[in-house]
Design a protein around this ligand. Structure first.
Ligand SMILES: Nc1ncnc2c1ncn2[C@@H]1O[C@H](COP(=O)(O)OP(=O)(O)O)[C@@H](O)[C@H]1O
Ligand SMILES: [Mg+2]
Length: 366
């Protein structure tokens, strides 16, 4: 077989590889940029919808297998570039952040911060550059959950007079918390506009740098503050955390309708505290807070259920001790649940990015 033949065969085989997040072939997605055979190397250039951290290794492997089958004497060299995505919303807010994900909940205490912290840590584990913006004025918890309770915000004055703060980094996650800029007991006496001011400080006066993901831990509920925040930043989408019981679901429905009103896509629902399995009775599941609520509210609203997270002692301890449970090798199975949820979320982010790259660009001025 001559080089041209091999290239053609490779092009056909690679074009038929399926991007599982979209159920479409690389050909259908226009993802195959070039296939070149030279000096014993099959060089394959692809362009995939980001984020790439999960999909690229999978596709890379399938391309290498195709080379192995068609031309086993060639060495595969697969290069994956990010396809350009038109970010929705304001272009001037956080322009160097690619994907902005809000973690929200109708009620407090459902595990929103725990989930946000673990998602951020799981993204960083995969090599993504990640920030966590803890905007929960009622109970900033990132400082505790990342073992930086005494951390201060290092700030410097730029030549033009602006003050810019550095996020604190832990476990590969850049963290800025409203707890760094506001006293704990201040929330009760602050009014909406002032709270919005603190939030803007974290968005605009923190040197986030280039990020693949910025995860927002929002305050619970659907009040004015949440509305301001969600309109202010060009969110890729929102994730809603709930417990399984009916009383929580009422609030979830309210959250969903708030996000939809301001055109923020719901990336999925995460049910937390779904059940408890005592370590000595590994076959048993006790549904302490009810059963099936997350699935029900996801179905009702036609949004994906990203996963169900059990109650474990290690999760609570990890939160209190400042080591997110996904990073604790002794809590492997809970870590897997949360890592799988993160992978599922990233698939939804890719879907959202695909949709917005197919839409005409509309600049919404704020
Ligand atoms: N799956 C879980 N298993 C055990 N404890 C959990 C779990 N999720 C959250 N918690 C604990 O519940 C408490 C409330 O969680 P938190 O994330 O602070 O909720 P929220 O941010 O919604 O107010 C914390 O002590 C946390 O460690
Ligand atoms: Mg919280």
């Amino acid at each position: 077989m001559n080089t041209e033949n091999i290239e053609n065969q490779l092009r056909i085989a690679i074009g038929e590889i399926v991007d599982n997040d979209f159920g479409k072939t690389l050909n259908e997605l226009g993802a195959v940029h070039s296939v070149n055979v030279k000096d014993g190397v099959a060089e394959i250039l692809l362009q995939l919808v980001p984020p790439l951290q999960w999909i690229a290794p999978t596709i890379d492997k399938e391309c290498s297998e195709a080379v192995q089958v068609i031309a086993p004497n060639l060495r595969p060299a697969v290069f994956v570039r990010e396809k350009e995505v038109h970010r929705t919303g304001s272009k001037s807010v956080l322009p160097s952040v690619k994907n902005l994900i809000a973690v929200a909940s109708g009620k407090g205490g459902v595990g929103k911060s725990t989930i946000a912290a673990n998602i951020a840590a799981a993204l960083a584990m995969k090599g993504a550059s990640v920030g966590l913006l803890d905007a929960d004025i009622y109970g900033p918890s990132a400082p505790t959950m990342f073992d930086m309770a005494n951390a201060q915000l290092e700030a410097e004055k730029l030549p033009d007079g602006r003050i810019i703060g550095q996020p604190n980094e832990r476990y590969g996650v850049k963290i800025a918390s409203i707890g760094f800029v506001m006293q704990r007991d201040q929330a009760a006496i602050l009014r909406g506009p002032m709270l919005a001011g603190y939030f803007n400080t974290l968005v605009e006066q923190i040197n986030w740098g280039e990020l693949d993901f910025l995860v927002f831990d929002l305050p619970p509920g659907t009040g004015d503050i949440q509305l301001t925040l969600t309109q202010r930043v060009p969110l890729t989408g929102a994730v809603i955390v709930t417990t399984p019981q009916e009383i929580s679901l009422v609030d979830v429905r309210r959250s969903i309708s708030m996000f939809r009103k301001v055109n923020v896509e719901i990336l999925g629902i995460i049910e937390n505290m779904s059940y408890f399995t005592p370590p000595e009775l590994p076959e048993n599941k006790y549904h302490i807070f009810g059963e099936g609520g997350g699935k029900k509210v996801a179905n009702e609203n036609n949004v994906p259920l990203l996963g169900e997270v059990p109650i474990t002692l290690g999760t609570r301890e990890g939160g209190d001790e400042g080591l997110p449970v996904v990073l604790n090798p002794e809590e492997f199975s809970q870590g897997e649940v949360l890592r799988n949820i993160t992978a599922r979320l990233v698939s939804e982010v890719r879907l959202a990015n695909l949709r917005s790259s197919e839409q005409p660009i509309i600049q919404i001025s704020l």
